[in-house]
Design a binder for this molecule. Structure first.
Ligand SMILES: O=C(CO)COP(=O)(O)O
Length: 127
């Protein structure tokens, strides 16, 4: 089965997400990708990925992805959070990260961990 990966980035981290996705584009093309609205739009336009786009984070996108995760529909989350900027939907962000912990779903919240996670998933997919 294709890895099912959620990709989410706050505004100050979106450029990092684009760079990361471009680096793993060949692998990501073979995955089922879900993203919050604006992140997904940029990944589609700038990296050419096919993405299942949910609402923007502040409008419930994190919660939609959290609900998918609870239903067992997401294998890994790359969530590049901005720790320096207050977000209006902080409770939704915490709910998504908590859901990852509750359901033991891998969740990378910074670029270094995202590299480790994507590299591992890519290696596993080649076996
Ligand atoms: O706010 C977000 C995650 O909490 C991301 O939402 P967007 O991808 O729509 O900017």
């Amino acid at each position: 089965m294709k890895p099912r990966i959620a990709l989410i980035a706050h505004d100050m981290k979106k450029d990092d997400m684009i760079t990361l996705a471009a680096e793993y584009v060949d692998f990501l093309r073979g995955c089922h990708l879900t993203a919050t609205g604006t992140t997904g739009g940029r990944l589609a336009n700038e990296v050419g990925l096919t993405i299942d786009r949910k609402h923007s984070g502040p409008f419930g996108g994190d919660l939609q992805i959290g609900a998918m995760l609870v239903e067992g529909e997401i294998d890994a989350v790359i969530f590049l959070r901005d720790p320096m900027t207050p977000q209006p939907h902080e409770p939704d962000i915490n709910a998504l990260v908590r859901a990852c912990d509750v359901h033991n779903v891998a969740c990378a919240t910074n670029v270094s961990t995202a590299h480790l996670l994507l590299a591992q998933l890519r290696t596993a997919s080649r076996k």
